[in-house]
Ligand binder design. Sequence first.
Ligand SMILES: Cc1cc2nc3c(=O)[nH]c(=O)nc-3n(C[C@H](O)[C@H](O)[C@H](O)COP(=O)(O)OP(=O)(O)OC[C@H]3O[C@@H](n4cnc5c(N)ncnc54)[C@H](O)[C@@H]3O)c2cc1C
Length: 488
Amino acid sequence: MQSYDVVIIGAGVVGASIARELARCKMRIALLEKEADVSFGASKANSGIIHAGFHSGPGTLKAKLAVQGNREFDRLAEELQFPFERRGEMVVAFSEEEIRILQGLYRQGRRNGVPYMEILGRERALEMEPHLNPDVQAALFAPTAGIIGPYEYCFALVENAVQNGVELLVGQEVRWIARVDSGGFRVETAAGAELAGRFVVNAGGLFADELASYVGITGFKIRPRKGEEYLLDRRVGHLVRRVIFPVPNEKSKGMLVIPTVAGTVMVGPTAEEVESREDVQTTRNGLQKVFEHAQRMVPAIRAADVITSFAGIRPAASGEDFIVGKTEVPGLINAAGIQSPGLTASPAIAARVREALLEEGLRLEMKKDFRPARRPFLKIREAVEARNFDAVRELIAGNPLYSRLVCRCENVTEAEIVEAIRRGHTTMDGIKFATRAGMGRCQGGFCTYRIMRILARETGIPYEKISKKGRGSELLAARLKPAPELEP
Ligand SMILES: Cc1cc2nc3c(=O)[nH]c(=O)nc-3n(C[C@H](O)[C@H](O)[C@H](O)COP(=O)(O)OP(=O)(O)OC[C@H]3O[C@@H](n4cnc5c(N)ncnc54)[C@H](O)[C@@H]3O)c2cc1C
């Protein structure tokens, strides 16, 4: 049995941020993930907004950690080289009643410590966002909000944590956590691995309540809340520069119009309490709702521009706030119930978990050789979009695989596919999220087979074992199964 100082369960943005934070110190850390790759939970299917922090009530952990987390992103993006832009967010009001809500949000933001907010009149709002509905009467503007590549952020955190000594174990679903009489825990996985951990951090997202229950913690339940999102063609990317919100309701921030770091526009998410923690289908009803709301704010948004859709499930906890810190079980730290704004708050959640571990008796001795910078992942798209052809020539001279285009919609070359595989992404979704190959207008129609060929060549994985997102999602399985009428 391998022994660790800290075993972190769950490699979404929360577990990944904690792993990287702890990797600054001298200790053995394991990061366990049940899926075939990291960031395959809520951290891959969200709106990608680094919120300013005015949406949550003062005094909640959500408010406090969002405002703190937001401040960290310039430094993090610089160190880890993931896409992040401080575009700002705008809440738009269309009536006197909505203006009153806007003013309440402004006051709430001030109490939460959100800087530089202002309430804009109609003319100024339209000047800044000319495609807004001209009926807009006022807008709350918070310039510190940003947009981010959420899975790129998570991949970067994990890569850097691993570079600094964290052991990442994917495909390891934790099935039991047992307290050990001599102190610490034994963590068992479905794949038969057993790990000893002096401390355990529960960052299990939608399954955090189940994980906590293994050691007798039953004080909270995860209430899955589904959110459907619709991605529009890059052609309409000019429609908004900032994230546009309606005035919020009790359960959610409402359905938004969101510019993405890839130059597309996203609309959504819905907010629907669901039973299943795994059903990520989008629905006709969701599509209708999202477009009704989005078009009220930006009338030029059209459903005909949708290139794809997805749904994510928020791991909301009963009580609605984040649950971060020590528990009644010494040595077990929760980072649970991390619904929105969890992406935004993730750096602050990690810092709070570090403090909790320190209070629980973990010795934190800083490493002298911690390397905060991630090895850059050079993408030809950025040079092409900037029309920097010298940079393109330089990339190709350094590695001729940069001249072989694999994904035409997103300008992804063979060099980038190979690099993603070498960084540990060995499923089609992992490669797609690491490179954007297959995310464009044709949604993989052109590049899927090319990527499979490269993946098989680089890893030796046989074609029939190549999967979308791990075991059970093999791409060729359907074709290789005998047709039902031929079965004996
Ligand atoms: C539609 C939608 C839009 C959102 N938009 C935003 C936004 O714009 N801004 C923002 O700040 N936040 C947003 N959020 C919230 C944000 O996505 C989440 O708060 C955040 O991703 C939660 O991260 P996590 O690491 O806690 O959970 P997850 O990413 O779900 O990670 C938990 C991990 O634990 C693993 N796991 C679970 N059980 C086990 C087990 N037994 N053994 C091993 N591993 C296990 C899972 O596979 C998963 O990878 C949004 C969420 C949704 C759904």
